[in-house]
Each structure stands twice: as C-alpha cells, then as structure tokens.
Design a binder for this molecule. Structure first.
Ligand code: PGA
Length: 256
C-alpha cells in the first residue's frame, strides 16, 4: 500500500488574517495543483484566519486542505474561549491537530482529553492529526518508546480499526520542535515504524497500513527529501518553516 504523503503547515500563533491570505496566495503561485499530485498539503492557520484562508482556497479552487490547530470535544456549550468541532466542519476544515506538545505542556491537555478530541473530530467527518512525542529528558533516560507508544494507546482508546486507519499520527520529539535540532531520518523512521507496529497490534494490520504517520520538529526544505524517503514516514508537520511561502513550497514539493 502506498500512502500519499501529507505535508501540514502549522502556523501556530503567527500571521494575522491579512498575512495568512498573502502566504496562501504566494504558496498557490509557487505550488500549483499539478504539483500537489504527489502530496496532500494542509494549512493550519489560527482560528481568526480560517475563514479568510478558506475563502482564498475556495475562490481560487486551490488544491490545499484547510486545517485547524485545536478544538474542543463538545459540540457546544459553556466553554468560554473554546471552538467546537462542529464549527470547524462547517467551515470546510478537513484536518485538525490535537494533542500538540505545546497544548499538552502549556495548556494542560491530558491523554484523556486528546482521546475525546480525536473522537469528536472524527465524529464530525474530519481527520485528526494526533501529536505524540518525548522530551529530551525522556529520550536520554531511554524512555522514548514507552512515552510515545503510551500516548498512541491512550489516544486511540475506543476507536474502531476503520477509524484508526483514517487517522494521522504526528511523531514530534519535543526537543526538536522550534529548536533547529531534527531527529535523524533513521530516528524518525524507527519511531514512526514503532508507532505503526503498535497500531497494528491495537487495531490490526489494515489500519496500520492505511494510517499516515508524519514526522515533525524543525523540518526544512533541506531535510524533507531524506525524511520522506523513509518507508514509515508519510509526511511532515511543519511549524516555523511553513510561515515562509518559499521554504514551505519547497517542502510541499518534497525538497525537489
Ligand atoms: P517546528 O514545529 O517545525 O517549528 O519545529 C513543528 C510543530 O510544532 O508542529
């Protein structure tokens, strides 16, 4: 089974809606529909920009998928400041990041909350990009697999094989996020393969075969080709480098 790579631009809390429109238009100029045949590309603007980016994608019939960085698991209610998955689906959002390490570390998201978000995102017809990853201390203590696979097991709790097969898991070693330090392509492959084996055990071989596993953490135009050449790396979750249309365009073209 060949899995089409997914390149996701996580803009984090950067770019106001005017800037987001500019980056999207510049990217569209640099990476046309034909060039998107070998990779799916999703854009994950801040909430205040989503409608603007959606309008550009729709009116110019661009081949990019709309994404979000986060959502709540409830459809509606007294959750000041939160955003419902129903609203995202209504805007045409296709991919929602959940359990990003910044949300887990800075905003107290637990494995249990992440599992609820995964379920809610799928319930509304969108694809979760569930992030997992270890800290530097955990890596140095030899606990990488225990941490990462623990997060995978918790996040997939209650999902059917069919649902798991449609998910995306992003392996993002925390020490490589925004630091300029990237895991080697071999490290990325090893962990992405371990995640796939864990999924095979939990949800069966078919789900493991269709699930896409991204690598994330300081991915740049110069590193994407080697990462994507790994058999179990099916794309990348890109932060800093996705803010620069030129650099991100080269990543979307898989470094060629
Ligand atoms: P980075 O961020 O590419 O800036 O390291 C990746 C991420 O946090 O998703």
């Amino acid at each position: 089974m060949s899995r089409k790579p997914l390149i996701s631009g996580n803009w984090k809390m950067n770019l106001n809606h005017f800037e987001a429109i500019q980056v999207t238009q510049k990217l569209a100029y640099l990476v046309g529909k034909d060039e998107l045949e070998h990779a799916d590309v999703s854009l994950h603007p801040p909430f205040t920009d989503i409608r603007s980016v959606q309008t550009v994608i729709d009116s110019d019939k661009l081949g990019y998928a709309l994404g979000a960085q986060h959502c709540h698991w409830e459809d509606k209610g007294a959750f000041t400041g939160e955003v419902s998955p129903v609203f995202l689906a209504k805007l045409g959002v296709q991919y929602v990041i959940c359990g990003h390490s910044e949300r887990r570390e800075l905003f107290g998201e637990t494995d249990e909350m992440v599992a609820k978000k995964v379920a809610a995102i799928q319930q509304h017809g969108m694809t979760p990009i569930m992030c997992v990853g270890e800290t530097l201390a955990e890596r140095e203590a030899g606990d990488t697999e225990a941490k990462v696979l623990g997060q995978v097991r918790a996040g997939l709790a209650g999902r059917t094989s069919e649902q798991v097969g449609r998910m995306v898991i992003a392996y993002e070693p925390i020490w490589a996020i925004g630091t300029g330090r990237t895991a080697t392509a071999e490290d990325a492959q090893q962990l992405c393969a371990a995640i796939r084996s864990c999924v095979a055990e939990l949800s069966g071989a078919e789900a493991a075969d269709t699930l896409r596993v991204q690598y994330g953490g300081s991915v740049k135009a110069g590193t994407i080709a080697e990462l994507i050449a790994q058999p179990d790396v099916d794309g990348a979750l890109v932060g800093g480098a996705s803010l620069d249309a030129d650099e991100f365009a080269r990543i979307c073209k898989l470094g060629v």
